[in-house]
Design a protein around this ligand. Sequence first.
Ligand code: GUN
Length: 282
Amino acid sequence: MAKIIDGKKISQEIKDEIKAEIERDGIKACLAVIIAGSDPASQVYVKNKKTACEYCGIRSLSYELPEDTKEDELLALIKKLNEDPEVDGILVQLPVPEHIDEDRIIEAIDPAKDVDGFSRRSVGALSIGSNGFVSCTPAGIIELLKRSGIEMEGKECVVMGRSNIVGKPMAMLMLRENATVTVVHSRTRHIEDICRRADILIVAIGKPRMITHDYVKDGAVIIDVGIHRLDPGKNGGRKLCGDVDYEDVEPLASYITPVPGGVGPMTIAMLMKNVLKSAKEK
Ligand code: GUN
């Protein structure tokens, strides 16, 4: 039976630590959140980010822009927030509407306020091991592992998926922790054999329940980044699942993250941590 890594509990601990530090040291921190358009999932994420700010004692500024916002208007808003000394972090919720160039938007954010850690400067800093903002989901996974007492040094870690937001920074962070890292993706051959070598298997491939016991070594640590909404009729009443077939894999694993309540809540906790870091470094 695997030990369940409780991301909800650990993320709450982190938010409580941030709240306590802000209160104790009288820190003033402020996050500007921008959303363009009305994508329902993005609206939920943004609402959760604002709620977390309020909980931690971080001021949040909210910019809800229409779907037809022009790229120049969005760039002008980012410029204004870059120049505002009160603002410590700027977050543009992705995806942006199709007519807007996502890369230009990310690069317009002052690197000192890039609390998502998506800009070239932040990603470059991570890859050479210098100080910078780290993408929140992979940073949250490192916290989950550390706070669960899971050793990374010298371990075989397989990262499934190579996105800029999760897979690639995840591999960099595991290297920083002295793990031996392999990244597998949709074109990888013999993927199951490679995954079965993993002491720590981090799955971010975006396919519901793809990872079965065939991919998992006895005693492996399983981290599931995926989150999918399933038709409850086909799924015994459970509405959410991850990239991992939890029931099939759990008996083999030593530790496993559930979905929901595993990796998901950590992303926002780490965002709060990045805003606090920015405020302290100002
Ligand atoms: N869209 C999905 N995840 C994220 C995230 O972590 N940050 C931003 N800005 N947009 C997202």
